[in-house]
Design a binder for this molecule. Structure first.
Ligand code: ADP
Ligand code: ASP
Ligand code: MG
Length: 440
């Protein structure tokens, strides 16, 4: 039995959090591979180490001294060393890093040091061996991970040892350090779990699993006990940012269950994510979770005869593709089609694009509606259940939320409504109160 664990920044924020991690790891001897993030915030208003490292990189770029920020970083680690009673002397490493920063260090390498030092400390604290991610997470030049090479390298490097690995980074073919995008330690954990054929990938964070709605919008939302990878993908794509979206692929491919747990409440079972779920554990509601995002624009094109002419849709999408705008959703009617796009992707090219659409497609009418938010109700139990969308629209209407757009995925895993941004939080609360709260 092998469990691969990843601890997020808040789980490593100080010595007290380090102690919780140690207790969790020691509670189960199959917890032998531990991936760590850089220390996160200890309290609101505090700084994440990774943010401070990026801040140093920005100072270096503009030739401004970052000595004070660097000292803050060093002090954070030295405090953990002291408070955990560790022997490791990090000063020579910090001095060497500072010297390298004076010569001009690459941003990715500097940012990666947050996880690197965190893992060195945790390795000593747990009595595990330190295993550098640079030895096995292999990027290609295009920034994608070469999973075959990565898996093989980790199997060789880790063997049966108990190890602590820094998350968030790996190496390019030329040996340079490269990081994932923010939150990427989740991916390192997933790659390690897949490489070593782990029985479970435990992702330890500061919430007791994925909650049915964003806790910043809904008060005390219920945690989701079980979720399919498909549902998680829908929820994280549309805004439930608990895990980096690159986390799912490696574990899903190997069918390794992913268990999201709370370092501050280790006895809570959290959320378990699997390929499919037989028995019904999230009883009651047909909705598994609710999430959403602001910042969309809807381009609506009406043209008589469009439905009978397959070429029109092709021309429309080609124009968008030329401007590198991808379409999120395409709700359509007879002779009318709407394209839901991210506003920030069209802000620069909107007028040029509309001009081309006008010329090439010659529609009767084009309208653009901005400041749209999308809200999705996600749930495998919605499939083939008649009347779900009707109930959702009725509840939103009763509560004064004006629906601007509706769409549903073909596998009936989600129902998506577009609302004005001012109604965003209200829409999420109405869905939660009407379809979740009433059932628990
Ligand atoms: P870590 O540092 O452990 O990787 P993150 O900050 O990346 O943790 O992710 C956990 C956070 O995600 C939670 O503290 C919570 O504020 C936020 N979050 C947003 N939506 C949800 C949701 N639906 N369920 C749980 N947490 C959510
Ligand atoms: N420390 C990195 C970040 O803050 C990576 C991570 O925490 O997963 O984005
Ligand atoms: Mg995270």
């Amino acid at each position: 039995m092998l469990k691969v664990l990843k601890f997020g920044g808040s789980s490593l924020a100080d010595a007290q959090q380090f102690a919780k991690v140690k207790a969790i790891v020691e509670a189960d001897e199959s917890r032998r591979v531990v991936i760590v993030s850089a220390p996160g915030k200890r309290f609101s208003g505090d700084h994440k180490i990774t943010d401070l490292l990026y801040l140093c990189a920005a100072h270096i770029k503009y030739g401004v001294s970052c000595e004070e920020i660097f000292d803050m970083i060093r002090t954070r680690y030295l405090e953990i060393v002291h408070d955990c009673g560790l022997k490791l002397d990090l000063n020579p490493d910090f001095d060497a890093l500072w010297a390298k920063m004076q010569e001009g260090i690459e941003k990715d390498e500097l940012a990666s040091r947050g996880e690197y030092f965190s893992a060195r400390l945790m390795a000593e604290y747990l009595g595990y061996e330190f295993l550098d991610a640079a030895e096995w997470v292999k990027f290609r030049f295009d920034g994608t991970v070469d999973t075959d090479a990565t898996y093989e390298a980790l199997r060789r490097a880790a063997g049966d040892r108990s190890v602590v690995i820094p998350g968030f980074y790996g190496v390019m073919p030329d040996g340079r350090i490269r990081t994932f995008s923010r939150g990427g330690s989740d991916i390192t954990g997933a790659l390690a779990a897949a490489a070593l054929d782990a029985d479970v990938y435990e992702n330890w964070t500061d919430v007791s699993g994925i909650l049915m709605a964003d806790p910043r919008i809904v008060d005390d939302p219920a945690p989701i006990r079980h979720l399919t990878y498909g549902e998680l993908r829908e929820l994280s794509y549309i805004g439930a940012q608990v895990l980096h979206e690159g986390t799912i692929f490696p574990v899903r491919e190997k069918n390794i269950p992913l268990n999201i747990r709370n370092t501050n409440e280790p006895e809570h079972p959290g959320t378990t994510i699997l390929e499919s779920i037989e028995e019904d554990t999230n009883d009651g509601s047909f909705i598994t979770g609710i999430a959403g995002k602001k910042g969309f624009s809807v381009i609506t094109i009406a043209k008589t005869g469009m439905s009978g002419d397959p070429g029109t849709l092709v021309r429309i999408l080609e124009i968008l593709a030329k401007h590198e705008v991808n379409v999120e959703y395409i709700p359509s009617g007879i002779d009318i089609i709407s394209l839901v796009v991210e506003s920030k992707k069209v802000s620069k090219c909107l007028y040029a694009m509309l001009g081309e659409l006008q010329k090439e497609v010659q529609p009767n009418k084009i309208t653009v509606t901005e400041h749209i938010a999308v809200v999705a109700a996600v749930g495998r139990k919605m499939a083939y259940r008649p009347g779900v969308s009707g109930k959702i629209f009725a509840k939103l209407g009763e509560n004064g939320v004006n629906i601007r757009m509706i769409t549903q995925g073909p596998e009936e895993l989600n129902i998506i409504v577009g609302v004005e941004e001012k109604d965003f939080a209200q829409a999420i609360r109405v869905l939660y109160d009407s379809f979740v709260k009433e059932h628990i």
